[in-house]
Design a protein around this ligand. Sequence first.
Ligand SMILES: [Zn+2]
Ligand SMILES: [Zn+2]
Length: 391
Amino acid sequence: MAERAVQAPAQNPELSFQEVETAAEITRRLDSYGYATQQIGGGVVGVLENGEGPTVLFRADIDALPVKENTGLPYASTKTGVDAEGNTVPFMHACGHDMHIVAGLGAANLLAENKDAWSGTYIALFQPAEETGGGAQAMVDDGLVNKIPKPDVALGQHVLTVPAAGEVGTTAGPMLSTAASLKITVFGKGSHGSMPHLGVDPVVLAASIVTRLQGIVAREIAPSDFGVVTVGSLQAGSKANIIPDRATLLVNVRAYDTDVREQILAAIERIVNAECEASASPQPAEIEQFESYPLTDNDADVNDKVTAAFVDYFGADRVKQLAPITASEDFSNVPRAFGIPYAYWGFGGFTADQQVFPNHNPGFGPAMQPALRTGTEAAVAGVLAYLGKAE
Ligand SMILES: [Zn+2]
Ligand SMILES: [Zn+2]
């Protein structure tokens, strides 16, 4: 049954903020389990009240990516659709959110069928648009805090390449980095390629910025702190003999500390403005932040409680201490909106005899089992750490 269930979202991915059918199917299933469901901000929330006790929220993300699937799996996505820019693109669940959906539904179903094993209120939250960093905030902006009971704690998970399938991994403190993407437009003065003295060359200006940005992490951030500055795109001009009038850079920033992140962002702005000045750029640079992700910073007490429950259920050899991961997540915007603590953990996607492809790769195809079973059990074990009745 689990195998059939995971094939449905795997074969029917939907892009960020387009998860209409996915949300409808999740709603139908939660309804059938007996949950009180609402669609909020493009996501779905199911509430199951079961007597006295704490309120626990468990979150799963549900969106796919514009990546053409190359897993060779019998249930591979063959879907195409229209992305935010209006282009027709193939897409797939290249980050395993299909597995998150099914594990979240499996946990919801198990808790509904075993109400004598626990007491309190369980909230199953299915969030859209994790991949753009806007989905959790969209639910908050649509009134999430006022539409559901206030949880005491929030939990979440992700299928990862490490640890191995069948294992879970936790860590206290920073688990995932904060991230920000910047679109930086710098301006020159167009001219004939043979007459550079009559123009201001934004290509040279942008090249200086790219080089100078490399000094931020190397020379301004303490060696003990973590930071990444990557220029992922640099575009200017159209022809060899034309000096264009602008250049656009797309820059990605990561850090495990909000102060470090702000320090990096301020340094980028300072360098861009100084290089524009140095080049006699005719107008100020435009710096626009997009796809911003908060820091995922696990509460030590919640992490301890969940980790102890995992050790109890899975055995110590299947519970790993994870190192912080440079990827990012918007999950924490949900607990942040309620002002509650949270923990987020990983579960393994790949077995030892399987070729490992990283998240977002066209070949990302976690082993359905034992990964799905482990993800489902981890969700239930984490929730029961708070709601379970003592035996
Ligand atoms: Zn992803
Ligand atoms: Zn993901």
